[in-house]
Design a protein around this ligand. Structure first.
Ligand SMILES: [Mg+2]
Ligand SMILES: [Zn+2]
Length: 214
């Protein structure tokens, strides 16, 4: 199985940060600082940041992401490779449904293979929903808990490969048989001595998978 991060991995940069910078609701920066300094969990911080934005701006946000976020080169090739080789491809994203689904719509990924957070626009402000929160074995308060998803596919029955770039991938990387890493995740894998292959585009990932050295 492949478990692939969305923000900064499938897309070229982090979409939650991009939305906050663009819509700039008063008060979002201290919340980001708190998340980075681990004073706030990702779930709490992301929930608080979106609660600063009026629900009425939903379409504007989706349109903004669709028109500005780029997909990393080679993504379609990786999906093709998975299909050809009978490898299941899961998106494990800490992003939100109202921009994750539209961004992935051009690609043929079944909806039940996309794990992300949900949202409600019924109140005045955007409310984030957490359908895939941490199970009993994770106390990170992740929001979308990647280790909870990965643990559903037991190690003795599956080869579990993780693709990611950053903090939200650290815990999952420890469970994986192999990690394709970028950025902070590469540094973390080096620190922890985890088996990893640094990559820049998904063509690099396909090349490595084709070599069969996993
Ligand atoms: Mg990421
Ligand atoms: Zn968790």
């Amino acid at each position: 199985m492949l478990f692939c991060d969305f923000d900064g991995t499938i897309t070229l940069s982090d979409n939650i940060v991009a939305v906050m910078k663009q819509f700039d609701p008063p008060g979002w920066r201290p919340i980001v600082d708190d998340i980075v300094a681990l004073r706030k969990s990702v779930r709490q911080g992301v929930g608080e940041m979106f609660a600063l934005i009026p629900s009425a701006r939903k379409q504007e946000i989706t349109d903004y992401i669709l028109s500005t976020a780029g997909i990393r080169p080679g993504f379609q090739s990786l999906l093709d490779w998975c299909k050809a080789n009978g490898v299941e491809f899961y998106v494990t994203s800490g992003g939100i449904d109202f921009f994750v689904y539209p961004m992935l719509a051009p690609f043929d990924i079944p909806l039940d293979h996309i794990y992300c957070n949900g949202s409600s626009f019924e109140g005045d402000r955007i409310e984030i929903l957490w359908p895939h929160a941490c199970d009993d074995e994770c106390d990170n308060d992740c929001g979308m808990c990647k280790t909870t998803v990965i643990r559903r596919f037991p190690k003795d029955r599956y080869t579990r490969i993780l693709i990611g770039d950053s903090v939200t991938d650290f815990a999952g990387a420890k469970l994986a048989d192999l990690v394709f890493s970028r950025s902070h995740l590469t540094e973390r894998c080096v620190e922890l001595g985890l088996p990893h292959v640094p990559f820049e585009t998904f063509h690099d990932v396909v090349r490595h998978l084709d070599e069969g050295d996993w």
